[in-house]
Design a protein around this ligand. Sequence first.
Ligand code: NAD
Ligand code: GLY
Length: 360
Amino acid sequence: MRTLKVELAERSYPIHIARDLLDQPSLLAPHLRGKSVAIVTNTTVAPLYMARLRRSLQALGVQPLEVVLPDGEQFKDWQTLNLIFDALLGAHCERGTTLIALGGGVIGDMGGFAASCYQRGMPFIQVPTTLLSQVDSSVGGKTAINHPLGKNMIGAFYQPKLVLADIGALSTLPARELQAGLAEVIKYGLIRDQEFLLWLEQHMAGLRAGDQALLEEAVYRSCCHKAEVVAADEREQGERALLNLGHTFGHAIETGLGYGVWLHGEAVAAGTVMAARLSALLGWLQEEDVQRVERVLLAAGLPIRGPRLGAERYLELMRHDKKVQDGRLRLVLLQSVGRAVVSDAASEAQILAAVESCCA
Ligand code: NAD
Ligand code: GLY
């Protein structure tokens, strides 16, 4: 098992990465405050992994409350969040009850947000079961739900006590979901680690085929980056914003099409190409760099063109972005492959041109 630590003083926590972690009660034990635990999951993940997590908790004398939500990005909303509160209150859960989010990024983001506000905050554990959630969303404490006008617009920073990334869970993940997770893995290479990007280019076929040793390595290296960035800038005052490469464009795609039509990772992939194209329009990237970005995303089975929403519509949707400052759009762009910056250097005309040239 490989273990990393997110260094946040008294809120520091470990990330354990290996196969079969769901069956290891000893990893959970130090992080439970008492014997009251609620597992939040969904209708897809529950039949796959609930029994194993339940057995581990039972071995510790815990009989967990099980909260099973409908599955899908379109349920990352107030109504579904409220189902968690209904269940917690109905079962008389206390402030010391530990909430365990078992599932992908949607469950992690909603479970974390519920934990941040239930009785003003309850202990929270992430058990991510998708590649995307293992490499990104389970680490760093961003929690949220969507609003019809904007993605992840209502939420809180709330760190978990523990992240358990069981690589074995990735064996049941549909290919499309695995590919979506690869978008966030490639992101780390593009923004801060050329060597990792090269490794990904070399091992993409094996990663897509579900090779567990390669996936474990990819999760570990991604979490090293995520843990380092979060420790340096927990509340996104600076460097953490770089983790949003492609996201401003991607969120516009997700919101514009309706949540759940494109997967988050797919939207981020097309958005990353838009960011690369814009970086080239600013004279920062060469044409061959943009082509390299496209090639690695294509090799991961991801879209490199966005849907035709109309460039003006993209821009309108992009204005609902958490990086907007004094009404001015700030975007994560590439100064070179392996080096990202947050910049407001691009004019509206350049943004529109980049979007236009990257839509199919
Ligand atoms: P998801 O949670 O919707 O999971 C994808 C699908 O896989 C779902 O149908 C899910 O039920 C299913 N699934 C989960 N684990 C499975 C398994 N082991 N086997 C088979 N099926 C499984 O999507 P996601 O890609 O994990 O996460 C996307 C969400 O994460 C978005 O809402 C995005 O905004 C959010 N996100 C948050 C952060 C953050 O920092 N908080 C970062 C990136 C993304
Ligand atoms: N996924 C971006 C972040 O956690 O900051």
